[in-house]
Write a protein that binds this ligand. Structure first.
Ligand code: NCD
Length: 323
């Protein structure tokens, strides 16, 4: 953190629902705060009491490994009480609606709700019904703000900056909330974004997002500083988007040959879960000289600590709350 870093109270949003609409100063503030937790997470004693007395509920309507675990670790390392609710064990299975579930949890006075849902906009809807702060852990193909922040932190640590970098986001962009949040963040911070995918996996009006669009890895990867790979999100696909996995890997899977078009020190990233041999060559994914994939997971905990701290810090005085 630099001396010029604004105090965290200057981040005034009640909820963290997306990257769209955040200013460069606000993004910088979240990243600087996250940075301060990276070193702490490498110490033997990782515990702080910033969230002592606070309750965080992880409410996941979709499966998750790293996002849910890292929010849980983040909350616990800051001394908060963390409860994990997954849909398979909740009353949602018994037909309770999203809003009823939210109201039930709200009545237990949580301070932060971390929510993942398969529908775009569901997390915002929920945030309008509760008194606590809400963090979007991924809503449909819309946004996944903490993933974009952890990606940005990883890039900033490796490259020293975000502005001016050429970033390629490759693969199933049409179904990806990770891509959308990253596009907003990278554009806001002055990076240049290219999208590389078959025509069927590029969202309509992609250029409107302020990106260059390519349908060939050989062309799109030229001189890139960062190569972000995405999984084929078949769970969101209705119909056939590509002829076969083999053909997809041949044209759009990242391997050493395709990577040679990017800058010699280009960094490979992937939000996970990774499908080896589909969007990325297995050996390349494990190449520690080129891949920042493990580091992304590490940064995820630090970013979620910063987000929990800042959002909990923004809550009105509990005695003033009308709940
Ligand atoms: C991503 C997600 O859930 O949107 N994963 C993650 O959060 N680490 C991407 C994906 O599922 O492919």
């Amino acid at each position: 953190m630099t001396d010029s870093t604004p105090p965290i109270a200057s981040f005034t949003h009640r909820h963290l629902l997306g990257i769209e609409g955040l200013s460069p100063v606000e993004i910088e503030l979240l990243l600087d705060r996250s940075e301060s937790y990276v070193e702490q997470n490498r110490q033997a004693d990782k515990k702080k009491s910033v969230l002592r007395g606070r309750t965080i509920i992880n409410l996941f309507f979709e499966s998750s490994t790293r996002t849910r675990t890292s929010f849980e670790l983040a909350g616990k390392r800051l001394g908060g009480d963390v409860i994990n609710m997954s849909v398979s064990t909740s009353a949602v299975k018994k037909g309770e609606t999203l809003i009823d579930t939210a109201m039930t949890l709200n009545a237990m006075h949580p301070d932060v709700l971390v929510v993942r849902h398969a529908d775009s906009g569901a997390v915002k809807l929920l945030s309008e019904k509760v008194n606590c702060a809400v963090i979007n852990a991924g809503d449909g193909a819309h946004e996944h703000p903490t993933q974009a922040l952890l990606d940005a932190l990883t890039i900033r640590r490796r490259k020293g900056r975000l502005g001016g970098l050429q970033v390629a986001i490759c693969g199933d962009i049409a179904h990806s909330r990770v891509a959308r949040s990253n596009i907003h963040l990278l554009n806001t911070m002055g990076a240049r974004v290219r999208l590389i995918a078959p025509r069927t996996l590029i969202p309509v009006q992609a250029e409107r997002l302020g990106c260059e669009v390519f349908h060939s890895m050989a062309d799109g990867l030229v001189d890139c500083d960062i190569v972000m790979m995405l999984r084929l999100q078949t769970e969101r696909m209705k119909g056939n988007y590509f002829p076969s996995i083999r053909e997809y890997f041949r044209f759009f899977g990242l391997d050493y040959d395709k990577l040679s078009r990017a800058k010699p020190d280009a960094l490979i990233m992937h939000p996970g879960p990774m499908n080896r041999g589909v969007e990325i060559d297995s050996e390349l994914a494990d190449d520690i000289e080129r891949s920042a994939i493990r580091e992304q997971v590490e940064m995820g905990v630090a970013v979620r600590m910063a987000c929990l701290e800042i959002m909990a810090g923004n809550l009105p005085d509990p005695w003033q709350r009308n709940d």
